[in-house]
Design a protein around this ligand. Structure first.
Ligand SMILES: *Cc1c(COP(=O)(O)O)cnc(C)c1O
Length: 485
């Protein structure tokens, strides 16, 4: 690596709009009114909102400057593990913005919504094919909401069997939303440890699985980036006691076109369309978390269901066993359009290549960095690899220090301190969309940082030095949040 790609450049300080406001300044030139004026009700004109008064230039510069403080997947590599921050093809944005789709209204009625409904119907079919499931709902608003929907389906299934169960098995590598979703359904989480090689053992499941346990929530590949190789045996153990297997599909980017979760014992799975199927999601939304289920669970899916008949598409409200609606309307439609466009443009082979390249890129990083950073589990990984700061500890350099220093080298830091089972975890998910050159630069940056850890640790302990904002006091920010600017 020659020079770091990040510079401090012409990045400006920027006050609040209210601080820039000057009385009477205005961004619009409105023609003189040619109708007689009529006074407003005084209660509307006094004590009105305190809006800043600015020119068009002020407003444009304000938001442009703020955008320059930001970093996104369109600015550079964004290797957050467990998030799949891949580049999202712009054509999918164009399709979602088409007026016929962007202006579709959920209250418009079936007759004038046939195109939108066809798109949703087809997307359900395609997601069912990708996951190997029998039925799909597009309603859930994000992954965690899909988990909640799936757990409600499991709950409804057991109720229908005549006996409710009280517990759910959740491995120690699970995302925090798993136990949260289970708890919202009234289940008690039974936490189990992964085996020595980072994956679950059938023995550990057999020990806790009983007839009061509703099932298991399992992420595959798991959050260590490892494929749960014992999944079928585990599913058999759970099924033998009448339980169900929930699959957290957040890591689907690793296995599309290679593994159909429905074929390896999963009964319910959510997908994060905003992770795997093209919607930019840095900054928190919008998302979409469809779930797929096996046949015996289909009657419990949220209503209304989309139905195809000889006359076209209609909403089926008559679903006696449904858990009810999970969203006011039918799902985050714009995200669904992007996912549909993505799947159609990639095709089955394209999606398989996505997963193959995502896995190749992660293994490349793992191989190139394993002499620099301590590897949590030295075995082939899937789409992400997990290191720790063990090698840097003697120099009093932590994962956080290295993550901050990466910004000086022009990279968004990876996920840090997750999963919790690895002390000082550094979880890297390069995704399939990064080029060899970019990945090599990233590797070089980490190697340079590891060298600095030995020679000039103080550089890291105070990093970053180049971005607009330096090391933030995260503890105070969390404990005493300043919410008023
Ligand atoms: C992202 C993620 C979730 C939650 O999904 P959201 O769409 O953020 O609600 C759940 N599990 C895993 C493993 C994840 O990575």
């Amino acid at each position: 690596m020659t020079t770091p790609t990040a510079t401090t450049g012409l990045i400006f300080n920027e006050p609040l709009l209210w601080e820039k406001s000057r009385p009477g300044r205005c961004g619009l030139s409105i023609p003189k009114s040619d109708v007689p004026s009529s006074p407003l009700d005084s209660s509307l004109t006094t004590g009105g909102p305190d809006l800043p008064q600015l020119s068009e230039v002020d407003v444009t510069r304000h938001f442009t400057r703020l955008s320059q403080w930001n970093f996104g997947v369109d600015s550079g590599m964004y290797p957050l593990g467990s998030c799949t921050m891949k580049y999202n093809p712009k054509t999918n944005e164009v399709q979602a913005a088409r007026p016929g789709l962007a202006n579709a209204h959920p209250m418009a009625g079936e007759q004038v919504s046939q195109g939108a409904m066809e798109l949703m119907y087809n997307l359900e079919q395609e997601l069912a094919e990708i996951t190997g499931m029998d039925a799909v709902t597009l309603q859930p608003a994000a992954g965690a909401h899909g988990e909640l929907t799936g757990m409600l389906v499991i709950h409804a299934y057991h109720a229908k069997q005549g006996k409710q169960r009280s517990k759910i098995i959740i491995p120690d590598t699970a995302h925090g939303t798993n136990p949260a979703s289970a708890t919202l359904c009234g289940y008690k989480s039974i936490n189990i440890k992964s085996g020595e090689n980072g994956i679950l053992t059938p023995e550990a499941i057999a020990e806790v699985m009983d007839e009061d346990t509703a099932g298991i929530m399992i992420t595959n590949p798991n959050t260590l980036g490892l494929f749960e190789e014992n999944i079928q045996e585990i599913a058999d153990i759970v099924h033998a006691k009448g339980g169900l297997v929930y699959g957290d599909g957040a890591n689907m980017n690793a296995i599309m076109g290679i593994v159909q979760p429905g074929k390896i014992g999963i009964d319910v799975i959510h997908l994060n369309l905003h992770k795997t199927f093209s919607t930019p999601h840095g900054g928190g939304g919008p998302g979409s978390g469809p779930i797929g289920v096996v046949k015996k669970l289909a009657p419990f899916l949220p209503s209304p269901r989309i139905k195809k008949t000889g006359k076209g598409y209609s909403w089926q409200f008559d679903c006696p066993d449904t858990i009810g609606r999970m969203l006011t309307f039918h799902g985050h439609f714009g995200v669904l359009v992007r996912a549909y466009a993505y799947i159609r443009t990639m095709g089955g082979n394209g999606l398989k290549t996505v997963s193959q390249l995502a896995v190749l890129n992660a293994n490349y990083i793992k191989a190139k960095l394993k002499d620099t950073l301590a590897l949590a589990y030295d075995r082939p990984c899937m789409h992400e690899c997990v290191f720790s700061d063990k090698n840097q500890q003697p120099h009093h350099v932590t994962t956080l220090d290295m993550a901050k220093r990466l910004m000086d080298y022009g990279f968004h830091p990876p996920t840090v301190y997750f999963p919790l089972v690895v002390h000082g975890a550094i979880m890297i998910e390069p995704t399939e969309t990064e080029s060899r050159e970019t990945i090599d630069e990233f590797i070089q940056a980490f190697k340079a940082i590891a060298k600095e850890a030995e020679e000039t640790p103080e550089l890291l302990q105070s990093a970053p030095s180049r971005p607009k904002l330096k090391r933030l006091d995260e503890v105070t920010a969390a404990r005493k949040p300043c919410l008023c600017g």
